[in-house]
Design a protein around this ligand. Sequence first.
Ligand SMILES: Cc1cc2nc3c(=O)[nH]c(=O)nc-3n(C[C@H](O)[C@H](O)[C@H](O)COP(=O)(O)OP(=O)(O)OC[C@H]3O[C@@H](n4cnc5c(N)ncnc54)[C@H](O)[C@@H]3O)c2cc1C
Length: 93
Amino acid sequence: MNHGNYAISLSDVVKWLGTSGERGIEIYPGFAAAKPLFDGDRVIGVQVQDRGVDKDGKPKPNFEAGPEIHAKCVIFGEGPRGSCTKEVIEKLG
Ligand SMILES: Cc1cc2nc3c(=O)[nH]c(=O)nc-3n(C[C@H](O)[C@H](O)[C@H](O)COP(=O)(O)OP(=O)(O)OC[C@H]3O[C@@H](n4cnc5c(N)ncnc54)[C@H](O)[C@@H]3O)c2cc1C
């Protein structure tokens, strides 16, 4: 059943991810992507979730608007219920 697939050690992958900074990769833990950004029918990045919002969605004194992150290539790895992925599929099929 698993012929042709890779069997990997998740500990090794996490160790390798930990050295991402050495390869010029920036990781933003704790910053959820709130919505995909489009230029026509191209995905050009994501807007990160606003921070400092109360339970009713109103800004608190520490409010910070979510910045836009643009990229040449955008890959969504949100799992089976990704909200951004859903929006991309709805818009671009
Ligand atoms: C109980 C259970 C047991 C399982 N057991 C096995 C097993 O033994 N062997 C096996 O091969 N598979 C197993 N699976 C299946 C396996 O876990 C999934 O197929 C796999 O994790 C999917 O990987 P993924 O990277 O697509 O998504 P995920 O592992 O779901 O990763 C998606 C990540 O994206 C993050 N994310 C989502 N939306 C956003 C957003 N907007 N902004 C920022 N981050 C976001 C989530 O927090 C999550 O960390 C199991 C699943 C479950 C639920």
